[in-house]
Design a protein around this ligand. Sequence first.
Ligand code: FES
Length: 119
Amino acid sequence: MHLLCPSHHLPEAQSRGFEVNGVALLAARRDGQVYTYRNQCPHRGIRLEWQADQFLDSSASLIQCARHGALFLIESGECVAGPCAGESLQALPCREDAQGIWLLNLPQPPSSTGRRRSM
Ligand code: FES
């Protein structure tokens, strides 16, 4: 397991970016639960945030890709609007305990055959 951060570093309705094993990740908290995903839009394979640690839309209820506006459910990573509707962010299992938020497995570094799509 890999400790991402203490719990108080990720308050309710907030998001945070991390880099673990050379892989960009994001974590978001909704209704007390933490969700972690690879920070990679399934549309173009690029990072999602519009500035550091800012991954959520203005309602703080969806993850938003800053480039073309795709919206993803925080709970499942499923894209519900935008160019990659129906696709999903890659979920990374995590857990939270008294020490903080843990990633259960180290993510594998990105391969050179990452999926890319044209606009
Ligand atoms: S790159 Fe994310 S919606 Fe296009």
